[in-house]
Design a protein around this ligand. Structure first.
Ligand code: AG3
Length: 289
């Protein structure tokens, strides 16, 4: 069936797939110095942000991704105090991080200020904690920021980027992970969005290898649903300098004083489970460290 002009479609040429949402109008369309940003109003999924033809987020389902990119890492680190977000311009990840009272300071380093300005207008619910005094913004190059950071500057680094093509390419490389390793304290953790386990196993495997080569002792991929991204199934990959990534702060998770819509203790455990094909590719999970 041919789709008419009222449908937005993301075509994944390499994977031979496409995903569509029925739209009601275009709310915003601009070419920033870095990328082409469009916001649609959809019929069933609320507002939708698209960058260079790739879905970034919809109002209806972004909670899966933003919660899974933040809470597992923050509940694995024993005391996440200083957090750095690379990318994350829509501020959805930042909002989740700020829910953790023990976090004293968050820096968000996004290359494209326009993404944040557009999110403030069309995704206000993600930006309503941006005035929190613990939140700090820098619009610039994340690789440069990490390279210039002092050693031991952060407890957790979250990389909330686009796909590894275009501006985000350098964020998927060993030299970048080396700089993250250096900028983290000795129990530091990084977590990065790592595409679809079904479509992008090559990216996930290369990421584990590069993180280990950069010095991280343990790596672990979390998997979770994300229907608006290619294949509808997505992942985030964590790496720890010295932290056993499968030992999590269970009672703090159960006693958390904030609401989530997807994340909870059972989901954290479930996300760590490797389906057989993932286990075959990545080897055993770091159970015993
Ligand atoms: N996250 C974008 C993840 C990559 C999506 N890829 C795709 N649609 N092909 C950044 C936005 C959420 N903060």
């Amino acid at each position: 069936m041919a789709l008419d002009k009222n449908w937005f479609t993301e075509i994944n040429e390499k994977g031979g797939t496409a995903f569509s949402l029925k739209t009601t109008r275009v709310l915003h369309d601009e070419r920033s110095p870095f990328q082409h940003i469009t916001v649609y109003e959809t019929e069933q999924f609320g507002n939708l942000m698209v960058i260079d033809g790739f879905v970034m987020l919809s109002e209806r389902d972004n909670f899966f991704y933003h919660e899974m990119l933040s809470h597992p890492a923050l509940f694995t680190h024993h005391s996440p105090w200083r957090v750095l977000i690379i990318g994350g311009g829509d501020c959805g990840t930042l909002r989740e991080v700020l829910k953790h009272q023990e976090v004293a300071e968050v820096w968000q380093v996004e290359i494209d200020e326009r993404v944040t300005r557009i999110a403030e207008k069309f995704f206000p619910e993600l930006c309503d904690t941006n005035q929190d005094p613990r939140a700090h913004f820098h619009f610039g190059d994340g690789i440069r920021w990490v390279t210039e950071a002092l050693p031991d500057s952060y407890d957790v680094i979250i990389i909330d980027s686009t796909d590894p093509i275009g501006p985000a390419e350098g964020l998927f490389t060993e030299p970048f992970y080396r700089q993250c390793y250096r900028a983290l304290n000795h129990e530091g953790i990084i977590v990065q969005q790592s595409e679809s386990p079904l479509l992008h196993m090559d990216i996930i495997t290369a990421m584990h290898k590069a993180m280990k080569q950069a010095g991280f002792q343990t790596t672990l991929t979390l998997n979770f649903p994300q229907c608006v991204y290619p294949s509808g199934w997505w992942s985030a990959t964590m790496a720890g300098k010295s932290t056993a990534l499968m030992t999590i702060r269970e009672s703090d998770i159960s006693k958390r004083d904030f609401t989530t819509r997807y994340y909870n203790l059972a989901i954290h455990h479930a996300a760590m489970a490797y389906p057989a094909f993932l286990e075959a590719q990545l080897g055993d999970q770091p159970h015993h460290f």
